[in-house]
Design a protein around this ligand. Structure first.
Ligand code: GRF
Length: 203
């Protein structure tokens, strides 16, 4: 399978995916990494792995629609089977999302449907939650609202800091994102009208 990864930052999730493709665990290849921000570590990680590292700077586009149109053209040149959002900090237009329905994943640092949007770790701590975590989901036009694929939870210790909780959650992100991509590339995971199925069984 051909995988395109979109990111805006450090790319630690990209790294976990690179490792899982290189080890042969994922039956697929990351054919390109696209960033909307120049100079980010994620682009460097791609280059280090011999993967095409492409920049599409959103500040060089007049509107969200224009940027998403250019992004779609760039992605489709790669003829991908799966698009993986890995810390891609842009809200996507509904047309763009619909074009990739059933073949685009996102990872979000919360136990969705709790805490959509930003500052999830701080919000979980401030709410006094006993656990926090991360979720891999199919992307639909509703922000952080698509059908869930996999979640991992971590307990919130009484005196934890935002940074420490974020680190603990990221460790789990690096477990569940490669697993979800592994399932998809093995054609075990599909998005149906009724929801997500794994090996034909509804999750
Ligand atoms: C992750 O915490 C992910 O949940 C969120 O953005 C962050 C990306 O981190 N969507 P990295 O760039 O993969 O290190």
């Amino acid at each position: 399978k051909r995988i395109v990864v979109l990111l805006s930052g450090s790319g630690s999730n990209l790294q976990a995916l690179i490792d899982a493709t290189q080890s042969g665990r994922i039956n697929g290849r990351i054919v390109a990494v696209i960033s909307n921000k120049p100079g980010v570590r994620g682009l460097e990680r791609a280059r280090d792995a011999g993967i095409d590292a492409l920049l599409l700077d959103h500040t060089q586009h007049e509107s969200r629609e224009a940027f998403d149109g250019a992004l779609q053209a760039l992605i489709d040149q790669q003829e991908p089977d799966l698009i993986v959002l890995a810390g891609f900090m842009r809200i996507l237009t509904a047309d763009f999302v619909r074009h990739y329905l059933g073949r685009m994943f996102n990872i979000h640092p919360s136990l969705l449907p709790k805490y959509k949007g930003l500052h999830t770790h701080q919000r979980a701590i401030e709410a006094g939650d006993s656990e926090h975590g991360c979720t891999v989901h199919f992307v639909t036009p509703e922000l952080d609202g698509g059908p869930l694929i996999l979640q991992a939870a971590v307990p919130i210790a009484a005196d934890t800091s935002i940074e420490s909780l974020q680190q603990q959650v990221q460790v789990r992100e690096h477990d569940i994102y490669p697993l979800a991509v592994e399932w998809f590339c093995a054609e075990r995971l599909t998005l149906e009208a009724t929801g997500v199925t794994l090996d034909g069984i509804q999750l």
